[in-house]
Design a protein around this ligand. Structure first.
Ligand code: SAT
Ligand code: MN
Length: 612
């Protein structure tokens, strides 16, 4: 029975049902009984595998089809009336064509199936930041994941009232045909359609589709920002708290940074990190002239491989109850889960992510085809499980942001950390981000590509307009956060990571926050402010870069170097990117920053040798 009198909701549900012709319509009310029943149904049908109730209570494993394991950027479209509004970086289709194409594909596809209606909220229901959506889907997996990742149920319909507006989302699994897979966004209509997939980012429509692509479009029109950023809080020994937002591309350590455990001597002094969010931030200017942020999500859709007690204790703890695992391995000895990097010892009896018995003797970590878990396997865990979840998470209040950090996966050139000279220079640095691709999206891994602000796959409009929006936001923020760039991924000539990363990133965070307070000096370089090596605490750091080479001050200096020759090439390459793709809509402020970078990197003029 329909749970609302909101005509727009009812019309949307009816239209979707007319198109897809489900046998049954089930409204998700958010009650525990209903969710429990759906889990039982999914276990019965094989869609979910129930894990060990003692060791992993209320946890399940799901396997997707092997052709459906990541986001598909080349099948993800922004459908604006005018092509130029989607911009040169997004794939575009005319709305009429996209509606027609998807209607053809989805027509009758729910025959014999149930259509679930999920009312959900991005943000705490009733809060100033919250925005609502209705996703209809024929996948119980989607219902159960949305129930973790967002706030779901009747309270959302109540908040919508009789005529509240919402984002429409239609997901039809169809027959998961990769050739007919489309993820369509209609920002002018507040609508999303996803067909022929059943994987995370493609189908949990509240996440990337709504909270980033549609929300970034809304944010531009309404004067706020929707960003691919984690939010963390740092508590200082004197009890003061500061918040940081940080943008990294998918699978580059956002969840790890958000849940960082500081090194022992920091903990002893009283430093603490708390997590507000690990993937998405919505940011608005407050009356006090600062930038305030919320995490619109309610859970973590984190990358499993590499997560262990040491790399991210808090994330691992978050997965110990009420979690859905996707494409990890099943340890049949005790019905728990396993993935590469979870433990040093390999389990003897596993079923791999494709459902076949796994042979640990054949495992070679360099050969992905021998892995038990898919490299992009995930956990969907309730944020409330996280031992370091912030008290601000789930509250009606936003948090004030002191620093914004951009970071990519860069083997060379980019130093460990540097600070922008001002807001516009920071926007330039974000626009210039490049990163090596990861398994989070289909396609080759490890290829360096431009990923401005880590938003390349997630900006719902023209990238040049997006940069301009950032520049304009700067004009409205009287007390803007300071902007930084970090790179945890520098490697030496043998491919070894030159910085320990993980908890030791606290050392860099400390420098960043001291810069915000103006309590530490820096070196002005061609690219911005770089730390003096002595100002980053490397005491009690026990990191062996490679056999016999321990991390020391010299190693730190190596990763703080700004090589002007390399940066001159970087600037030239960036100019090509600006000119080749976004050109006409790049704001002047960014061209100016590029000019400054080019000038700063010019080789020093040779001084004439004194004649003898
Ligand atoms: O699959 S998702 O897009 O939700 C995760 C990610 O790639 O960041
Ligand atoms: Mn992400």
């Amino acid at each position: 029975m329909a749970l609302t009198k909101n005509k727009k909701v009812l019309d949307f549900v009816n239209e979707s049902a007319e198109l897809t012709q489900p046998d049954k319509i089930v409204w998700i009310d958010g009650s525990e009984t209903q969710i429990k029943k759906l889990k039982e149904e999914a276990v019965k049908s094989g869609e979910l595998i129930k894990l060990n109730e003692d060791l992993l209570p209320d946890c399940y494993l799901h396997r997707t089809k092997v052709n459906d394991v990541a986001r598909v950027e080349d099948r993800t479209f922004i459908c604006t009336t005018k092509k130029e509004d989607a911009g040169p970086i997004n794939y575009w289709m005319a709305p009429s064509q996209a509606y027609e194409l998807c209607s053809e594909i989805a027509r009758g596809s729910m025959k014999g199936r149930t259509m679930y209606v999920i009312p959900y909220s991005m943000g705490v229901v009733g809060s100033e930041f919250a925005k609502y959506g209705i996703e209809v889907t024929d996948s119980i997996y989607v219902v159960l994941n949305m129930n973790i990742m967002t706030r779901v149920g009747k309270t959302v319909l109540d908040a919508l009232g009789k005529d509240g507006d919402f984002i429409k989302g239609l997901h039809a699994k169809c027959d998961v045909n990769a050739e007919k897979r489309y993820i369509m966004h209609f920002p002018e209509d507040n609508a999303i359609i996803s067909v022929n997939s059943a994987y995370g980012g493609n189908v949990l429509l509240g996440k990337k589709c709504f909270a980033l692509r549609i929300a970034s479009y809304l944010g531009r029109n309404e004067g706020w920002l929707a960003e691919h950023m984690l939010i963390l809080g740092v508590t200082f020994p004197d009890g003061e708290k500061k918040y940081v937002a940080a943008a990294f591309p998918s699978a580059c350590g956002k969840t790890n940074l958000a849940m960082l455990i500081p090194p022992k001597h920091y903990r002893e002094k009283g430093y603490k990190i708390e997590t507000v969010g690990d993937d998405i931030a919505w940011l608005r200017v407050g009356e006090d002239g600062r930038l305030w942020a919320v995490n619109p999500e309610n859970g973590f859709f984190g990358v499993a491989p590499g997560t262990n007690e040491h790399s991210n204790y808090n994330a691992l703890q978050s997965t110990k109850k009420g979690t859905i695992f996707t494409n990890v391995a099943l340890n049949t000895d005790d019905m728990t889960v396993w993935w590469e990097g979870l433990s040093k010892e390999l389990p003897e009896h596993c079923i791999d992510w494709t459902g076949k018995p796994w042979n640990p003797a054949k495992f070679d970590k360099k050969d992905k085809s021998t892995c038990a878990a898919h490299p992009n396997s995930r956990f969907t865990a309730p944020a409330a499980n996280c031992p370091c979840i912030s008290e601000k998470f789930g509250s009606l209040e936003a948090v004030p942001i002191s620093a914004i950090i951009f970071g990519g996966r860069r083997a060379s050139t980019t130093p460990l950390v540097y600070q922008a000279r001002d807001w516009n220079h920071g926007v330039f640095i974000g626009s210039a981000m490049s990163s090596e691709t990861t398994a989070a999206a289909a396609g080759a891994v490890g290829v360096l590509r431009h990923d401005p602000m880590a938003m390349k796959p997630f900006t719902g409009y023209h990238m040049g307009d997006y940069f301009a929006h950032w520049v304009n936001m700067g004009k409205k923020i009287a007390n803007p956060p300071k902007i930084f760039n970090v790179n945890w991924f520098r490697t030496d000539k043998d491919g070894n990571f030159m910085w320990p990363g993980f908890g030791d990133n606290m050392r860099v965070l400390e420098w960043i926050l001291k810069r915000c307070d103006g309590t530490v000096d820096a070196e002005e370089t061609a690219i911005g402010y770089v730390p003096k090596a002595e100002d980053i605490d490397i005491s009690e750091l026990d990191y062996e870069i490679c056999k016999g080479k321990k991390f020391d001050l010299k190693s730190l200096k190596e990763i703080l170097v700004v090589d002007k020759e390399k940066w001159a090439k970087e600037a030239e390459e960036l100019e090509g990117y600006y000119n080749g793709t976004i050109k006409d809509r790049i704001p002047d402020e960014l061209w100016q920053s590029l000019e400054t970078l080019k000038n700063n990197c010019k080789p020093a003029e040779k001084t004439e040798k004194a004649s003898k």
